[in-house]
Write a protein that binds this ligand. Sequence first.
Ligand SMILES: N=c1c2ncn([C@@H]3O[C@H](COP(=O)(O)OP(=O)(O)OP(=O)(O)O)[C@@H](O)[C@H]3O)c2ncn1[C@@H]1O[C@H](COP(=O)(O)O)[C@@H](O)[C@H]1O
Length: 95
Amino acid sequence: MNDKIIREVYEVLESRRDNPIDSYTSKIMQNSDKKAEDKILEKIAEEAGEVLIASKNDENLVYESVDLIFHTLLLLAYKGIDLDDVFDEFARRRK
Ligand SMILES: N=c1c2ncn([C@@H]3O[C@H](COP(=O)(O)OP(=O)(O)OP(=O)(O)O)[C@@H](O)[C@H]3O)c2ncn1[C@@H]1O[C@H](COP(=O)(O)O)[C@@H](O)[C@H]1O
């Protein structure tokens, strides 16, 4: 497995947004506008807290970081951000 997985997962998230099915990400994105955003933001805050605890305890840091990254990707997909904009911003900052 390599970094293509991010693109792959993001495409699935866009598809869950545009063609909803009975799944975790579709359901969260199908809430009324403000509620969907609030629920995703709430998950991001929760997962950030879990990363903090994982780091302090030296336990499950990769697992919890992926939860945080995943929910951040979910927010970006929900907000209609092009994933290339994220990669471009990283590239722009590269020294
Ligand atoms: N990578 C993920 C992924 N990571 C986490 N999660 C889900 O996010 C939810 C919330 O995570 P939490 O850590 O809070 O888990 P929890 O079950 O609430 O419990 P605790 O961790 O608090 O014990 C859980 O239901 C996880 O299964 C994910 N759900 C989906 N994906 C990807 O997104 C794609 C689309 O998902 P679906 O909408 O389910 O098809 C999938 O194909 C996957 O590639």
